[in-house]
Design a protein around this ligand. Structure first.
Ligand SMILES: Nc1ncnc2c1ncn2[C@@H]1O[C@H](COP(=O)(O)OP(=O)(O)OP(=O)(O)O)[C@@H](O)[C@H]1O
Ligand SMILES: O=C(O)c1ccc[n+]([C@@H]2O[C@H](COP(=O)([O-])O)[C@@H](O)[C@H]2O)c1
Length: 198
């Protein structure tokens, strides 16, 4: 229609290793989706998170399977973005978001990070370019302050001291992880014998 500007779609991206996905990831994604009134949220598994030892990460196919299981009940607001898995190599967020923003100029991107990650922003690859193409969204995480020298939009989520490393450690010592992640993901981990040895 002449003279009418199309409203840009507002898309949130929660990047991570998801090794494995847990309820804090899902709650963070859902809270940001609702509080910022976004149109969609993508959970984006990294092939190799820049600050994570690749030896401690299981295969991308297992991580994607677990994400699919976690989203079976909510595929309307949340989806999986596999661009970094397909690209392989180190998953630098600037590289990914530059590719996505040039493929989708009709979208505005909100890149979500937990409070623990905010501290590391000065070390991120091309951070000064990244903040020109996405809006960073920070969510609180127990033990981390809600401040940054970068333009971070803060969203308050219920505090949850849950992490993938805690879950991996509990599984390797035979302790329960019930209610920390979806039951169908726990069943998958059991069936495939994942994380048994730390
Ligand atoms: N409990 C939590 N509260 C807030 N943010 C979280 C929480 N757990 C993870 N996140 C955020 O989700 C994103 C993806 O996290 P990631 O997949 O690395 O999980 P993790 O639980 O931090 O893993 P690990 O314990 O292996 O480091 C990151 O931005 C991280 O800060
Ligand atoms: O681009 C970077 O330099 C960079 C450095 C650290 C982390 N990231 C991204 O931040 C997200 C969360 O990282 P992590 O280590 O918690 O999996 C994930 O998408 C990573 O690719 C990106």
């Amino acid at each position: 229609m002449a003279g009418k500007t199309q409203k840009k779609e507002r898309v949130g991206i929660l990047g991570g290793n998801f090794n494995p996905v847990h309820y804090a990831h899902l709650i963070v994604a859902s809270q940001v989706y609702h509080q910022l009134k976004l149109d969609k949220i993508y959970l984006m598994p990294s092939f190799e998170s820049p600050h994570v030892d690749p030896k401690k990460t299981i295969s991308a196919s297992h991580r994607i399977e677990m994400l699919k299981l976690a989203l079976v009940e909510d595929s309307s607001s949340m989806e999986i973005e596999t661009i970094e898995i397909e690209r392989q190599g180190k998953s630098y967020t600037y590289d990914t978001m530059a590719e996505l923003t040039s493929q989708h100029p009709e979208k505005d991107y909100y890149f979500i990070i937990g409070g623990d990650m905010v501290d590391y922003l000065p070390k991120w690859h091309r951070i000064d370019d990244l903040i020109k193409i996405v809006q960073l969204v920070g969510v609180n995480r127990p033990g981390y302050p809600l401040t940054s020298d970068y333009p971070v939009k803060w969203v308050e989520v219920p505090m949850m001291d849950i992490s993938s490393s805690y879950i991996r450690e509990k599984i390797s010592t035979g302790s329960t992880v019930d209610y920390l992640l979806p039951k169908n993901v726990i069943d998958y981990i059991d069936k495939k014998g994942l994380y048994q040895y730390g």
